[in-house]
Each structure stands twice: as C-alpha cells, then as structure tokens.
Design a protein around this ligand. Sequence first.
Ligand code: PEP
Ligand code: MG
Length: 883
Amino acid sequence: TKWVYRFGNGSADGAATMKNLLGGKGANLAEMSNLGLPVPPGFTITTEVCTYYYDHGQSYPDSLAGDVEAALAAVGDATGRRFGDTTNPLLLSVRSGARVSMPGMMDTVLNLGLNDITVKAIAESSGDPRFAWDSYRRFIQMYSDVVMGMDHHDFEEVLEDHKASKGYSLDTEITPDEWIGIVETFKALVEKELEKPFPQDPHEQLWGAIGAVFGSWQTTRAKTYRRLQDIPSSWGTAVNVQAMVFGNMGETSATGVAFTRNPSTGDKRLYGEFLVNAQGEDVVAGIRTPQDITEVARIEAGSENPSLEHLMPEAFAEFQTICDKLEAHYRDMQDLEFTIEKGKLWMLQTRAGKRTAKAALKIAVDMVAEGLLGEEEAVMRVEPAALDQLLHPTIDPSAERDIFATGLPASPGAASGAIVFSSDAAEAAKAAGQKVVLVRVETSPEDIHGMHAAEGILTSRGGMTSHAAVVARGMGKPCVSGAGTLRIDYRQGIVTCAGKTFREGDIITIDGASGQVLSGQVAMQQPTLSGDFGILMSWADKVRRMKVRTNAETPQDAKVALNFGAEGIGLCRTEHMFFEGERILAVREMILAETEKGRRSALSKLLPIQRKDFTELFVIMQGLPVTVRLLDPPLHEFLPKTPAELNDVALAMNVPLDALRERALALEEFNPMLGHRGCRLLVSYPEIAEMQARAIFEAAIAAGKETGSPVVPEIMVPLVGLKGELDLVRDVIVKTADAVMAETGTKVDYQVGTMVELPRAALQAAEIAKSAEFFSFGTNDLTQTTFGISRDDASSFLGTYQSKGLIEQDPFVSLDQEGVGELVKIGSERGRSTRPDIKLGICGEHGGDPASIHFCESVGLDYVSCSPFRVPIARLAAAQAAL
Ligand code: PEP
Ligand code: MG
C-alpha cells in the first residue's frame, strides 16, 4: 500500500479527485502543484493510515517510517535543506486534513524541527534572530498546546506579562534577546507542568505531531462535530507535512486568507484579510486585527491600515491571477490560504469556500451567467438545508435601534436572546427552552456545542475569518464578530460598552447583516423570497419530479407554505383543530357522552366549526390538493389533567366532578401511542368520521363556489393496520358523501386513502390498496413502530446510541433507510401491484429532510409533504434527487 503521497515543485502523486484518500487539504495541495502553482513541497500521509492506526491499537504500518523518511529527503532536496540538520535545518508544518474541513480537530503545528540548536542556525542563515526566536517560541507554544495538551493561555500570560512590564502593545516590539528569555520561560513552564523537558529531537517532534493529528480524530470535540454534521467516523483524517514558508520574516512577509468571492453576500470580488510579519494562526486567532487584501475593500471599510494591494503590489497581482485560475479550474468559489515570504508568494491551501445561503445562491446564479456552470449544476451547488438561513427573520427597518456596539457583519440574519458567556450555559439554557446569544471574547472549537445551541454569536475579537465567523456561517447562525469596544468579564458575568452594562440573562439583539449589537428585543421582519432565490428555485422546479406539499392545518401555516411554493397540503391534522379555543369544550362533551345520541349532539356543535375551518383552508389553497386526516390521537389527550383543570371543566360543562374524573381515568392508557387512537377511534365511534366527512364535503362545495376552483378533497384514515378498518371508515365516508351530494345537488369528486404508518399496513399494502386511492407514509409512527422506540421518549437514549456509534443519525430526523425505508419500499411496491396508479406520498417529518427526500425519489413517491418552513428545502432537495 502507498501510505505517503508527495507534492510540490510543479508535480504531485495525487490530485483533487483523491479527497477520500488524501483529505481535502492534501488533495488540493496536490492539484495546485499539478497546476504549477507555487506550493511549498511536502507530502500527505493518507487517511488509510488513520484507519490502520485505529484498527491496530494505535500503531502504524511497518513501512510508514521509511516512506516518511524518503519523502522528507525529497522535501529536503527541493528546498536545499535537511530535516534535523544543525546548520541548514528544514522546518515543517504539520496539518490535519479530513475529507471535509472539521473544526475540533488538531489544526496545525508550525515551525516543527526547531530546537535549541537549530534555532541558532535559522537565526544565522536568515540573518534575523528576532524571526528565529519568535518562530521557536511559537513552535513551543503550539506544540505544547496541541500535541502535549497544555493550555495555550499559560503561554499567552507569560507574553502579556512581559509586554506589560516593558510597556509594549504589540508582539513585534519584543526584541530578539527578550524572545530568548521568553523561550527559556516557556520551556521551564513545560517542564514544570509535564515533568519532562520540551522535546529537542526533530523526529520525536514530527512523530508526536503526526500522532496528535490522528489522535484528534477521536476527541470529544471532533466526535461532536461529526455527529452534528453526519460525518462517519470511518473516514479518518490525513496528515499533511510541508516545508515551512515564513510570513513572519519581517515587513516584506505576510500571511493571509482569502475568498475568491464574498462568502457573506456572494459578490464577485476578491475578499480577504492578511497580517504583515505574522504566521497563519495570528489571522484566525484574531489576536491582531487583520488588514484588507484589496484597496476597494479597505476604502469601503474606512480602514487606515494599508491593503496588500498597496503594500506588496507584485505579490498581490500574482495572487489575484492565481485566484482567477483556481476559480476557473474548480468552477467554484475558493477559500485560500497564502503566505508571502520576503515578497515571494506561496499557496498553502485552496478549497471550496464555505458560504452563507445567500452567497451560495448568488454565486450559483452568477456562475451560470458567466458561463462557468449550467443550470442543473447550479441547482446541485446549493445545499438545501442551508436555505433555512434565508427563511430567517431580519431586523425590521422601521424598528428603533438602541445600538450599543458595532462589530463585523460576520454571518447574516438577526437574533435576539438572553446573554450567556459560556457554551455550557448556552446549551443548558437551550435545554430549558430559552433563546440565548453566546457572547465570547473569541470562540474556539470547544465552543461548537454552545454555538449550536445559541440563536446567534457575538465576539469582541477576531475578523471575518475568525473561528466564530467561519463556523457561524457554516451553521447558518447570525454572528457579529470583532466588536472591539465590548469589555467582556467572564468572572463577573458582565459585558460593558460605552458606559452601559449588560448582565448574563439580559436580552440583546445582534444584526449579522450590519454588525450592530442592540439592547433588548427588536422587531423582526420575515424574509422575501425573490431574486437569486427565485431564479434558482425556478431551475430546481424544472428538473424536480416529485411534488412538494406541506403539513398544515391553520390558515397562517397554509399561507406561509404557499408563499414558499407548496403545491398542496399533504397532511391536515384535524385534531389540532380540536384543541383551539372554545372547541375544546364541545370536544370534551363528545368524549364524556355516554351514548351515541349524546355524542352526536356534541358532534353537531363541532360540525359548523370544522366546516368553517375546512372552508377557509380550501379557499386559501385555491383548488390545490388537500389531504385531510380524520381524528388521530387518543381521546384522553383532550381531557383536563390537573384537579384544578378538571374542576373548571366540570363547572363549565355542568357535569359532576366525579363523573368527569371517572371518565378521564377510564380513558387513561398504559401506552397511549399504541392505544385507542387513529382509525381505532373511528371504528368505535363512526359518528366522528361521519361528522368530519360531512364537514369536509360541505366545505369543499362552499369553497369551490367561492373560488371557482373545484376542491377535490383527499380524506385520509390514520393508523390503519387491517384492510377491514379502512373499509369500515371508508363506508362511512362514502355514505356521507352520497348524502351531502343528494342534499345539495352538487357533485364532489374526492378520494379516500390511508396513512401507512404501521409495519402491518406496509406489509399488507397490496390488500389495503384495494380500498385506498392513495397512501401517505407516516414515517413518524412508522419509525416508532418499526424500531419499537417511543417517539416521545427516544431522546433520553438515542444520544447515547449515537455517541456509541450504534446509529449514525436520529431515525426520527433522517429516515432509517435500511429498516423503515424498506417498509416504505415494500408498501409502495405492493400498493402499486394492486393499483398501479395509486398516489404515494410521505408526510412524516422526514418529508423535509434532504437525505430522506433522496430516498423518496429513489422509491418513486409522487410527493413529499413537510412543515411550511421546510418547503423550499424540499423543493431543492427533490430537484437534486432527480438529477
Ligand atoms: C406520522 O406518523 O408520520 C404522521 C405524519 O402522523 P403524526 O405525526 O400526526 O402521528
Ligand atoms: Mg402518525
């Protein structure tokens, strides 16, 4: 097996297509080398080594050490240096690189190979002792942190103390001799803390770093991130070892990161930040505020700090040419890292840039206009789940803004919430149902869970490419970064600015579009879906085969869904219409009735209410298909629970409290989810189905008259397991339809169908289809009943299952294709075998989940139905599934 792939000097063993083996970073370094771009020579240790490492008790393949030595020698030849040499030493960077970029993993060790001897050689050969000792102290700091597990703050403290004692404000003011002293202090710190000296042997350093990269694949942080992003742990990470180039070699050196287009807005303009005389981690860590790369951006930002374009015009021009070349080559917006060493440009990374949904849409639409992409490719370029960001509110332009700080508009959208200062607090508050804004000086990979829990993120330090900004954009959360006037005091739990103090728990609003931080809750505005969104969606709709409907029963939800492009209602849960307002009284009266006569009298009060609700819904939907599901949940859900509630109801209904309590007790079930619900209720009390069917038909006639578009209601029977159940209810529906048509003299077309949400229904689908004109897969219940896992109790243990690797994803969120999906497939095939034109849809939560939608396409369902806010996601996912 080839474990090590080389690159640099205009050629490479690998290529961009080999991401699975080389990781994203390694594959693209190879690709850039092949394109003849200036890439420091190096090599990639493959992801297969990572897999081997974990399969073999954390040990390496036998031949690896030799392969690494040979590759090191080649890097030495290319650079004219030798690793570990005491006069002309080669220094290395070591970086992790999985298939997709993954915060939470060991990121980078720079300047590896430095020790007490080589540092002197570097000082001599570079003629710049400051640079040499600065590099050495950085190496000790990074290596001790990421490889040996020390806290980098301990080192920062030494630095801060030193600067304070000298009255310096910048690291660059520290003299070479002082750096030597700081290095001694750092080494002493390591020895004291770890009870062993800082490793001096370069090979020991290198293998330590390689081990740390592989080790970081299984840290809690990395695992959490993988779980949130559905990344399998079997992928593993690669390790990239590369000759160092130095951005900290004085004023003609620099390091930076850039995007070929604006990752927030999608504007076609080079966009990025850099620092003079610095190394990569300085930019991302947000320790110094970076400068703009282009003049245009600098002027726009009103910054005094010169741009790269101005400072180093030649390197800038070459960089711009490379950006254009890479964008055209990859046909996608690129995210780049570069270093300029004494005026010479080096490319350290390129990859498809993370972007907001807004930017993704704009870039996709623009690239079609530029001839880089076709429409269908553009459709594939936008991640459906990311559209969610565009559906988020922004601050109402007419709202009062009490601005108390302004930072960078790092990730769009607006969010209000209570201030929390730690990620654990954010998570706890979220679990308690509270909306929070996470306020940090800066964020690190340890904050992923808090950022996930928060509505938005606010930092006082760091640029547009800081950790907070990049991760928030990826998550689609609003973020304001680098609000430098904020003073955050974690210990006291306060943040102050311009004389104002906010405490933990105070409500603030952040505006990720303007960078403003506002006090209190501010009025928000719903998004409009036009422009690039409309264009891309129109392309998506052209290629989509499945229809997209919505799950809605209220006029409000139906309108929202229509606005988002819903093509009908796939599930109207009528029980939700029973809970509202005064209806609940009539419902309770029905439940409490001892006789059919009593029930009918209560139902007659519900009839006009239901008719009105259905009419309203049908009118809104203007003749689009509407699937109305007959009553589903167990009756006890409608009954009052606490003694006080029972008392109120008894009084209001004028029934004895005892009778009420007795009835409530009688209806209580051990397993309500598997109890007297769904069609079982309708079998027991057919008059309920009769009332609902009557309301639906009368409403269909009324709405048809009002809008001029005839309504073809689809009446759906829940929780069917036996064909006989469906037949019984169907009979009631048909008789009611005949009666209504005879009474009104108006013909109504309608369909009767069933939910398939029990394994028995899927297995017996051929039989059941004889009586059903359509099936709707209720994958919430089908998941519950297939796994035998209660959908209401699953959260208490599914997390453990995920962390132990038993399941990759929550099956209530993303369809379990092997198990539940198999039943969907069987149900579809058997249903079609009896009734080839049977209409098939899905209305469980999975109808809005992109991966599940792909599955639905593969089974050939006719439509998916999802909650209103997921309709655009489903439209795009269905289009991608069809391509
Ligand atoms: C289902 O079970 O998937 C479904 C849509 O019905 P409900 O969620 O109302 O049980
Ligand atoms: Mg159900």
